[in-house]
Unconditional design. Structure first.
Length: 534
């Protein structure tokens, strides 16, 4: 199998996207995660563009990496300057990074209106910059900026730019679709011409695509199929404007679909975790619809689909989710049949007959008509399964709860909640304050239960969403509350529906805690004991 070299530019090109910001220490964590994933080259950015980058390169110089090499990024020398006297090139040479990537112009439009140099001077800027870094013992990667626009304008000159880099000692020349508007078939044709024109040089050919036309991944695959062996992109497609080509999609497509060697099977199985790690570090919500790694990538809702997957997953899945570290989801909705209910019951370890499954499927349809939505509320659905089959034992019996919100003349808002519950024949009354009624109710309930159920200390609310279901009724509308909770290991959803938003929140809150206790009960005995003791 041909090995495709993976080059990640998340820490430089990806950081140009809106809302992207990481500290030097966080970037170091990203570099190690990319190394674990099997990325060959990690572009860390400009080695001296700002204090954060200086700190990052200092940290990287003292860190061991099992596989990946660090690349420093910069530009060709300035016009009219000597390469050895150019501050940017000197910083690259002194960076300590074994690989240096420099970007240069290819397109006549940029030569005329941006850098304002003639074509021959541009070729000298490329050649002399590459030669200087190569003489410093660096592996040099030349990124031909706007290559495909330049190729469309003047193919001969675009090739001369690549040859100038190759002849000066560049190890790899990368054809960049910087504007992201080139379609895959045009990329494939251009790469074919490049390979023929540079074959004698022995230089490696790379591809760097942006996603402005929605073709970043497709363009990258087209280039590889024509012979490119060096692929640049970012994790989750981060980047300026519409983003860069998404390595999270490219890697499994290259390895599973086209048969190229990129990473080990074990590394590929960590892809979902790596993609979600990046989102969480950046405080983004992982895209549920992202190919291969999204929560919905292997989610099945329609009854016919679920029935097919239960017989043979290949009927409705193009790859097995385990291969990329994801998992199959069988979504419960009004479209679901008995097969979906059976499958979810098996996952929960609940014995279920056909008659019970049919009754539950009808019950789901009834509840969804009232506003419930179990696709994102797996915890509430399992509890519903248990209630309908007699497998349910509540954590407590509610006597009453009350929430008081007081707005004072000085602008202060105070909230207090009181709950009265029964557990094992004993009555508990607790009052707590909070940042709103739901917070206060949560604190009062946990205060009553935590001595009996210590694992509740480990359960945190990680998301809270409210939706109006009938906006025509204004503030009297039915509301649906979805909660996501986590014990640090698993995440589950719960739901509540009511015309009273506090009541809907209470319902979802109770479900989240009850399901969390069931998750704890499924742990191995030593794990459960550890959770209880903590």
């Amino acid at each position: 199998m041909t090995h495709i070299e993976l080059y990640d530019t998340t820490l430089r090109d990806g950081m140009q996207g809106e809302g992207m910001s990481l500290s030097a220490q966080e970037k170091l964590r990203v570099a190690h995660r990319l190394d674990e994933l099997g990325i060959d080259l990690i572009e860390a950015g400009f080695p001296s563009s700002n204090p954060k980058e200086i700190e990052l390169f200092d940290l990287l110089s003292r860190e061991p990496f099992a596989h990946a090499q660090i690349a420093a990024f910069g530009m060709t020398r300035r016009r009219g300057a000597r390469a050895e006297a150019d501050p940017g090139l000197r910083n690259l040479a002194d960076s300590g990074a074994p690989v240096c990537t420099i970007v240069g112009k290819t397109w006549g439009l940029h030569l005329q209106k941006v850098v304002k140099v003639d074509r021959e001077e541009n070729l000298r800027m490329i050649s002399e910059s590459v030669a200087f870094l190569a003489a410093q013992g660096k592996r040099v990667i030349y990124d031909a900026e706007h290559f495909f626009d330049g190729f469309a304008d003047d193919p001969a000159y675009a090739l001369r730019c690549l040859l100038a880099a190759a002849d000066a000692g560049a190890d790899t020349v990368t054809c960049c679709d910087t504007n992201g508007g080139t379609l895959p078939h045009d990329i494939a044709a251009a790469i074919g011409t490049v390979l023929a024109g540079l074959e004698a040089s022995g230089v490696r050919i790379g591809i760097h695509c942006h996603d402005d036309a929605g073709c970043g991944v497709a363009g990258t695959l087209a280039a590889v199929e024509r012979g490119a062996v060096h692929v640049q992109g970012t994790m989750n497609g981060y980047g300026e404007r519409c983003g860069n080509a998404n390595l999270v999609t490219i890697i499994p497509n290259l390895q599973l679909k086209l048969g190229y060697e990129c990473v080990t099977g074990e590394q590929l199985a960590s892809l979902t975790q790596a993609a979600h790690f990046m989102d969480e570090l950046l405080n983004f919500t992982p895209d549920p619809d992202q190919p291969y790694v999204g929560r919905n990538a292997f989610a099945h809702k329609g009854g016919m689909h679920v029935a097919g997957v239960n017989v043979d997953p290949a009927t409705f899945e193009h790859v097995h989710p385990d291969v990329v570290g994801n998992r199959r989801e069988l979504l419960i909705s009004e479209l679901s049949g008995k097969g979906t209910v059976h499958a979810r019951a098996r996952d929960a370890g609940i014995p279920l007959g056909d008659e019970e499954a049919g009754r539950l499927a009808e019950r789901v349809k009834e509840l969804e008509h009232r506003g419930y939505h179990f696709e994102a509320a797996d915890g509430s659905f399992e509890l519903l399964l248990r209630k309908e089959t007699g497998e349910y034992e509540p954590l407590f019996r509610l006597e009453s709860w009350r929430a008081i919100v007081e707005k004072r003349a000085d602008g202060r808002v105070e909230t207090e909640a009181t709950i009265k519950i029964w557990v094992d024949g004993e009555r508990y009354v607790r009052t707590a304050e909070g940042n709103g009624p739901v917070h206060a109710l949560d604190r009062a309930l946990r205060d009553a239960l935590v001595e009996i159920y210590p694992h509740l200390r480990d359960i945190d609310l990680v998301n809270f969403k409210v939706r109006i279901l009938d906006e025509t009724k204004g503030t009297g509308s039915v509301t649906r509350v979805l909660l996501d909770a986590s014990d640090g290991d698993q995440v589950w959803g719960s739901i509540g529906v009511s015309e009273n938003v506090i009541e809907a929140s209470w319902e979802a809150l109770v479900d989240s805690l009850e399901f969390g206790m069931r998750v704890a009960g499924r742990q191995a005995p030593d794990e459960a004991a550890s959770a209880q003791s903590s």
